[in-house]
Design a protein around this ligand. Structure first.
Ligand SMILES: O=P(O)(O)OP(=O)(O)OP(=O)(O)OC[C@H]1O[C@@H](n2cnc3c(O)ncnc32)[C@H](O)[C@@H]1O
Length: 168
């Protein structure tokens, strides 16, 4: 089976490969059609769905997967939020969200200025390409949960739902 993932981000690709170990996983440029920095659950989820559909439009495969990173407010605190979507060739759509952790106020201030979280994190952590490696979730959980691990959970939730409903 061929699975097309709508991103070339190594953390996302590694997560999909780990969950679909025996399948052929390819990457495609798939626009999310939402803002570069989604600011709500709804927008982040929609970005994941759009990427999943667009990855199957860009390349032939049985399944398209979109993984989208965003942020959202809960009680005035800014949380990291991530969403995944899996679409089939028959246009069945499955969605799942990832773990959320609170981001410090100074990250919130930077995002309000219009700077993307990926750039803010590199500056904050004094590291390069945090979004492709441990991610903000890795930094703020002291490396207990990496971005890849968080997406492995999301992709497992997608695969599990897809398998369950395909059997009904
Ligand atoms: O190549 P793509 O798939 O676009 O991956 P991305 O990391 O650049 O883009 P996302 O759409 O997943 O995330 C939207 C923005 O939020 C940033 N972001 C999201 N989650 C992050 C995390 O855990 N660590 C660092 N940056 C993150 C990301 O770098 C983007 O600037």
């Amino acid at each position: 089976m061929t699975i097309v993932i709508g991103s070339r981000n190594p953390a996302k690709l590694a997560a999909v490969k780990e969950v679909f170990l025996t399948d052929h996983v390819t990457t495609a440029d798939a626009p999310s059609l939402v803002s570069d920095q989604p600011f709500s659950d709804e927008e982040t989820r929609q970005g994941a769905i759009n990427r999943a559909f667009n990855s199957l439009k860009a390349q032939t495969g049985e399944i398209g997967i979109g993984l989208e990173g965003g942020v959202m407010y809960v009680d005035n605190g800014l949380y990291l939020c991530n969403w995944g979507a899996l679409v089939t060739r028959h246009n069945n759509v499955f969605t799942a969200s990832g773990a959320r952790v609170l981001l410090p106020g100074e990250i919130d201030d930077q995002l309000k200025k219009g700077i993307e979280l990926g750039d803010v994190m590199d500056e904050y952590a004094k590291r390069q390409d945090v979004r492709k490696k441990e991610g903000a979730i890795g930094i703020f959980t002291n490396d207990h949960v990496s971005r890849k691990e968080m997406f492995v959970h999301v992709v497992s939730l997608l695969r599990g739902q897809w398998e369950y409903w395909e059997q009904q």
